[in-house]
Design a protein around this ligand. Structure first.
Ligand code: AMP
Length: 413
């Protein structure tokens, strides 16, 4: 396999499908990947979408697609050899990250870096980097691989605590353990969800936070002119989670200046450590009354656009997806401007279906200043995110109410 030149600024790129194009290989083709694909295509980039199932959202808008297990290293190598992408752009966590490290060593460009994808693939790599190497404040935590270790971890962390499989997202396998009576059920639930991938769990002390935010953080290309070759921040996004999964988000989330500065310092520290270029979603918990000093805890980071950041499709001059594409192809980021207070509210399926249909779409869009994104997922199951309502308002409260009103009208059957 020949070496592909590393991404650099001012590179000339040809027309899609003409041979000389910039080719973006998207590993993961969900709703976030679909928006990345659309933004890349707007800049004349050729997009190849990959996922484990056919007709995934990003595949429906990409130039080409491949269905394969992205945990299968040989299959990943084969698709890279065939497509010869300029950029390999992970959109999910569960990937054969050791293969990405090999591919990067051969000269292929992995966004943001292959090591960042490995560290964020499971909860252990990123937690140990943040807490033990970088000294960032986090909840207390212990890892456990067996039931005995799990019981020791609970005893040492204390109750209440949160139990999560190390390989999981969107609340799958996650439980809040409030009393001794919850301990067994939390282990079985986490173990079921983690089985086949990694049977370990993380036991985290429960943080009594007042607010949780995502700070979208953009690392641009180091070869850009000074002011642009920097770390850029979007205004903070507040969000509400249920069962470990996001239900609504809003921007801006009001924070006092000293707290915002602490959030930005933590985001810069963790994203500098991960390196590379692109947009990152840094999840932070903020505890304490704003009239006193507040404590900011690092929770997690996604080295790519974040689900709570979908609100930026209406609230900013450039969405998180446009910012990600600009950063990864080496373009200047420009000024990130918030247009008006905005909000998003998710549309979930209530039941399983092999041909989901939506009703209430027209009614939903009678709510002022709203937009809908329906993801086009070919199958639904209970609590699967099928779409999102986006709204603007004069205030965050008004935008949140509109987004909720809009989302509530849409039914998935
Ligand atoms: P995660 O998958 O780790 O992002 O967790 C999903 C959500 O669960 C978070 O956004 C929080 O709302 C909640 N959560 C996770 N860990 C903790 C914790 N240690 N203390 C309090 N809440 C938590």
């Amino acid at each position: 396999m020949s070496k592909v030149a590393n991404q650099s600024v001012n590179v000339a790129w040809g027309t899609p499908l003409s041979g000389g194009s910039q080719r973006l290989l998207l590993l993961g083709s969900g709703e976030l990947g679909r928006e990345v694909a659309l933004e890349a295509m707007r800049l004349g980039i050729e997009v190849i979408a990959v996922d484990a199932y056919a007709n995934a959202p990003a595949m429906q808008v990409a130039h080409r697609s491949h269905v394969l297990s992205m945990l299968d290293g040989d299959a990943l190598k084969q698709v890279v050899a065939q497509e010869r992408p300029t950029l390999i752009v992970p959109e999910v966590e569960a990937l054969a990250t050791d293969t990405l490290i090999e591919l990067e060593a051969e000269g292929w460009t992995v966004i943001p870096t292959a090591m960042a994808t490995r560290l964020t693939m499971d909860r252990e790599g990123i937690r140990r980097l943040a807490a033990e190497e970088l000294g960032l404040p986090t909840s207390p935590y212990r890892f456990a691989a067996t039931e005995g270790e799990y019981r020791d971890a609970i005893a040492s962390i204390g109750l209440p605590c949160v139990v999560k499989p190390v390989m999981s997202s969107s609340g799958k396998g996650q439980s809040l353990v409030k009393t001794a009576a919850d301990v067994d059920a939390a282990w079985s639930y986490a173990f079921e969800a983690g089985r086949g991938k990694d049977p370990r769990v993380i036991v985290e002390g429960f943080v009594e936070f007042d607010t949780e935010i995502t700070l979208l953080t953009v690392r641009s290309h180091p070869q850009l002119a000074d002011a642009q070759a920097a770390t850029h921040f979007c205004p903070p996004i507040g969000h509400r989670q249920e069962e470990g999964d996001y239900r609504e988000s809003w921007q801006p989330c009001a924070l006092k200046p000293s707290t915002l500065e602490t959030c930005q310092q933590i985001a810069k520290t963790i994203t500098d450590a991960l390196g590379g270029v692109g947009l990152f979603g840094v999840e932070l918990f903020i505890a304490g009354d704003p009239s006193h000093d507040q404590t900011v805890y690092f929770s997690e980071v996604s080295p790519r656009p974040h689900d709570t950041g979908m609100v930026t499709m209406v609230s900013q001059n450039m969405s998180e997806f446009e910012l990600h594409v600009r950063a990864i192809v080496g373009l200047p980021i420009g000024d990130i401007e918030q247009i008006r207070p905005g909000a998003s509210a998710v549309i979930l399926a209530q039941e399983s279906s092999n041909s989901p249909t939506f009703t209430g779409v027209a009614e939903a869009l009678t709510v002022p200043s709203t937009k809908l994104r329906l993801f086009g997922k070919p199958r639904a199951h209970r609590n699967r995110r099928m779409g999102v309502a986006l709204a603007l308002g004069d205030t965050v409260e008004q935008a949140r109410q509109r987004a909720r009103d809009c989302a509530e009208q849409v039914q998935v059957h």
